[in-house]
Design a protein around this ligand. Structure first.
Ligand code: HEC
Length: 85
């Protein structure tokens, strides 16, 4: 029984890196081909509270290219986190 749990646990751990992307990887994949440096991007985000910055980022990204549409939600999280004052 213990062995069985260990095997299931290990295979879940092994699956995680490929399934889950970190917010930083999401930015690299969706934006970094055009924005190698993120500092210019972060400077443009108006520094209000989280809700205000999130609204600005989402409105901006809605009309801006992104190379990975499936990662947009994570990219918003990344920019929100990195632009926190
Ligand atoms: C296909 C290339 C391309 C991709 C992909 C791209 N951008 Fe841009 N982005 C540009 C260009 C070109 C400009 C400059 C536009 C200008 O200055 O008129 C720009 C400008 C910006 C600006 C304004 C600040 C500045 O540097 O002028 C922000 C913020 C921004 N991009 C965020 C993002 C984010 C976030 C992503 C990923 C979701 C992203 N971009 C993906 C090409 C791209």
């Amino acid at each position: 029984m213990r062995v069985w749990f260990a095997v299931v646990g290990l295979s879940l751990l092994a699956l995680r890196p490929s399934a889950a992307q970190t917010p930083s990887e999401a930015y690299q994949k969706g934006c970094a081909n055009c924005h190698r440096s993120e500092s210019a991007v972060l400077r443009r985000i108006p520094g209000r509270d989280d809700a205000g910055r999130r609204a600005w980022i989402e409105a901006f990204m809605a009309q801006h290219p992104c190379e990975r549409d499936d990662l947009k939600e994570l990219i918003v999280e990344y920019l929100l986190e990195r632009s926190r004052p």
